[in-house]
Ligand binder design. Structure first.
Ligand code: SAM
Length: 272
């Protein structure tokens, strides 16, 4: 039996930007219904999650269901979509053309490229601040961009070899930062001992909290399969849990029967 329960909640004051969806799904799985993640005994498998979905003012439709996002969320729940795909689709609901956004861990550049496509506008507006502590990550990001966009478009990206805890030192004060995204852990294909760590991740989250516009989003994909990953998730959760309900909406997506699967955390700054 497959049962869905969708509950809309109207408790958040969305002036024009935000649609909240209290999204709970229970999947009762009969023997023979195959799971793409394996590990199903054929008896009962359950996924539960809560999330908030955001629809931003000028560029997004106010209608429900949110096109695209709903497909990706359902795909994620059925093991067909990755955490990073959910993250990108949530960004799409918030980010607008002309925005400034931050890729706090640019790595191989996939997130930077996705952000660039969201912010670039025809009048030369829209900027991505891409940072990493490894030169080879910045080179890898640069080369991915060379393969996918022209030199003019690449000019919308500013690269920094710095720790993300220093992001507020490089982003001009009057920037309208709508998104700060973290994809934590190590560089895929790189040195696995160079990883994000709780202390600097926490400092970076505090910096992101300071520079983010109302109506903006801090997005994290947290990997917990490597040493230190779980502690880092705990630090992220403690940070998000401590934010004022009046000003912030914080939630996470976590697979219950895949204990090492990446965890998604979204920290949304309400509009005043
Ligand atoms: N977003 C990337 C992409 O789309 O390919 C993947 C990022 S990868 C999982 C994590 C990256 O974080 C690594 O490249 C690593 O060098 C970087 N990193 C580790 N500690 C950092 C820090 N303190 N500040 C900025 N980047 C850091």
């Amino acid at each position: 039996m497959l049962s869905f329960r969708f509950t809309r909640c109207g408790s958040i004051p969305f002036k024009k930007t935000l649609m909240a969806l209290d999204f709970r799904v229970a999947i009762d799985q009969k023997p023979g219904f195959s799971s793409s993640h394996g590990g199903s005994s054929g008896n009962l498998s359950r996924i539960r999650c809560s999330c908030a979905a955001f629809s931003s003012s000028s560029s997004r439709s106010q209608s429900f269901p949110l096109s695209g996002l709903e497909d990706v969320l359902i795909g994620y729940l059925f093991g067909k979509k990755k955490a990073t795909e959910v993250a990108h689709m949530v960004w799409e609901q918030v980010v607008q053309k002309g925005d400034t956004v931050v890729d706090a861990t640019c790595g191989n550049g996939y997130d930077t490229l996705a952000m660039l496509k969201m912010v670039m506008d025809e009048s030369g507006g829209g900027h991505v601040y891409a940072m990493d502590i490894q030169d080879n990550a910045l080179e890898s990001t640069s080369s991915l961009l060379d393969q996918n966009v022209g030199p003019k478009e690449k000019e919308h990206i500013k690269f920094f070899n710095i720790c993300h805890s220093k992001m507020d030192e490089i982003i001009p004060e009057n920037s309208h930062v709508r998104l700060v995204a973290f994809n934590l852990g190590y560089l895929p294909g790189g040195n696995k001992s160079i990883i994000t760590v709780s202390d600097t991740t926490l400092s970076a989250l505090k910096a992101a909290e300071r520079i983010l516009l109302p109506g903006g989003l801090i997005s994290l994909v947290v990997y917990i399969g490597h040493p230190g990953g779980r502690e880092e998730l705990e630090a992220v959760e403690a940070f998000a849990s401590g934010l004022q309900v009046r000003d912030w909406v914080c939630c996470k997506f976590q697979m219950l029967n895949r204990p090492l699967a990446p965890v998604l955390v979204f920290i949304f700054k309400r509009e005043m």
